[in-house]
Design a protein. Structure first.
Length: 187
């Protein structure tokens, strides 16, 4: 039988200091190693836009941008994001030069929400999808006959639906969400 640990044995640390740049502002915090980025955003920084839906990475309500890429913040440990640049739905306006981000304006114009619970995640996911397509990253729906990585991927309705498929909307606002994203691709 292994010996029981001595009561004087040093305990492993349970907290670490991390610095996150959230919506352009640096935040240095001591966080428990088990704390998710979503919980830090909501409970420590008061940014309640990202929602805790399923808490299993399946609904997309918690989607934020981490270093410009979309991510389910409920699946990310905050300590692993030390030094990262995080954009939440509250920070999207800053990407739109202080006004509403074009996606936020399009969602309002197209009435692309009903209850609004999924809207912050939908907006962050759409912003990430636009950037991915602009960089030429294909999706499952991208035409395989198209020349590889030769410029932006054209965002058809099928492309938009595929790229946003990780974000669920119980109200069924999908047609208006797709239309809003299409509006932004035309500007």
């Amino acid at each position: 039988m292994p010996a029981a640990p001595s009561p004087e044995a040093p305990k492993a640390p349970t907290h670490s200091r991390v610095t996150l740049t959230v919506n352009g502002a640096p935040h240095t915090l001591a966080v428990d190693h088990r704390t998710t980025l979503l919980d830090v955003l909501r409970e420590r920084l008061g940014l309640t836009g990202a929602k805790k839906g399923c808490d299993h990475g399946q609904c997309g309500a918690c989607t934020v941008l981490v270093d410009g890429r979309r991510a389910n913040s409920c699946l990310l440990l905050a300590v692993a994001q030390d030094g990262s640049d995080i954009t939440t739905v509250e920070g999207l306006a800053a990407l739109g030069d202080g006004e509403l981000h074009p996606l936020q304006r399009a969602f309002l114009d197209r009435d692309a929400f009903q209850c609004g619970y999924c809207t912050p995640g939908q907006l962050c996911s759409a912003a990430g999808a636009l950037d991915e397509a602009a960089a030429g990253h294909p999706s499952y729906a991208t035409d395989p006959a198209a020349p590889p990585a030769q410029g932006p991927v054209r965002l058809t309705a099928d492309e938009i639906r595929e790229r946003l498929s990780g974000n669920l909307c119980r109200c069924g606002a999908y047609p208006n969400i797709v239309a809003a994203v299409e509006d932004v691709t035309r500007t």
